[in-house]
Design a protein around this ligand. Structure first.
Ligand code: NAD
Length: 270
């Protein structure tokens, strides 16, 4: 049956999943999960505004995307509110309707050694940047609405690895912030949701795995226990997060709002 002739009044799937005529900001898109999200959003027809500190990574992604509309690349250190403000002021063509706050860092540190500078950095990149980016977007689109997708972590809900309390706290903040924004701005036409990844193999997690293998047997053991406990018994791929992000960004999820959605191979359920 052709899409036009379904006769049930529902939009065809191809239309629901499409991001044609939409612009999306994706932070941390030079690597890992953010990169995978950028590739899927481009495939769905979105125009992309890619943000990272790593311009080389963004340029290599741009090369990989040839064939799609050229993305805008922006070097922004998201730990710095002034840089975030300058980025929004520099945007041409109206504020994008989709914002994915993905950039994050997960440096391991013994809780007793956490100092002010270290904590400030983790909180600035992982939590404050999500707040400032969302504030800028909501201010600029207050009469138009939009979609915000924030990336938290299973560590916020079920701390598992040693030496990540600071990280779990920052990501718990992302969940609380997202739910608060969902409550306050749903009526203004914003849909705000949180993805909760766990166990995804990315350049970031590969780097961590290498460095902890050298440093600390306890951490190596918690990595192994993690695998054993995973119901799906395998690590996830960045694209498996990207596909859920695409659902949340598109009209496939028009009634999904304020949701906290694990994409973790079942880890939180086991
Ligand atoms: P990654 O290290 O591979 O990529 C992160 C990207 O963020 C990099 O391109 C990096 O340059 C960028 N970035 C870091 N600090 C920045 C800053 N100050 N300003 C701008 N850009 C900055 O990481 P990933 O594994 O793809 O993780 C992406 C997100 O998913 C993070 O928020 C992470 O906490 C979260 N997460 C990942 C996993 C996982 O298993 N990989 C699990 C739970 C949550």
């Amino acid at each position: 049956m052709s899409e036009q002739n379904r006769g049930d009044g529902l939009s065809p799937l191809s239309e629901l999943i499409s991001l044609e005529d939409r612009r999306a900001i994706i932070t941390g898109s030079a690597s890992g999960i953010g990169r995978a999200i950028a590739l899927r959003f481009a495939e769905a027809g979105a125009s992309l505004v890619l943000v990272d500190v790593d311009m080389e990574g963004l340029r290599s992604l741009e090369t990989e995307m040839k064939g799609n509309t050229a993305p805008e690349l922006h070097r922004v250190d998201l730990s710095d509110k002034a840089e975030i403000d300058r980025f929004w002021e520099s945007l041409e063509g109206g504020p994008p309707e989709i914002l994915v706050n993905n950039a994050g860092i997960y440096p391991f540190k013994d809780f007793l050694e956490v100092d002010e500078e270290f904590l400030r950095r983790v909180m600035d990149v992982n939590l404050s940047s999500v707040l400032w980016m969302s504030q800028q977007m909501i201010r600029r689109r207050i009469d138009h609405g939009g979609v915000i997708i924030n990336i938290a972590s299973i560590e916020a809900l079920l701390p598992f690895m040693d030496h990540l309390s600071h990280y779990g706290a920052s990501k718990a903040g992302v969940i609380a912030l997202s739910r608060g924004l969902a409550r306050d701005y749903g009526k203004k036409g914003f849909r705000v949701n949180v993805l909760v990844p766990g166990g995804i193999v990315t350049p970031g997690t590969k780097g961590v795995a290498k460095s902890i293998a050298k440093l600390n047997l306890g951490l190596v053991m918690s990595g192994l226990e993690f695998r054993q406990r995973l119901p799906l018994r395998r690590a996830g791929k960045p694209d498996e997060i990207a596909l859920m992000a695409l659902v949340l960004a598109s009209d496939l999820s028009s009634y999904v709002h304020g949701a906290v959605i694990p994409v973790d191979g079942g880890f939180l359920s086991a």
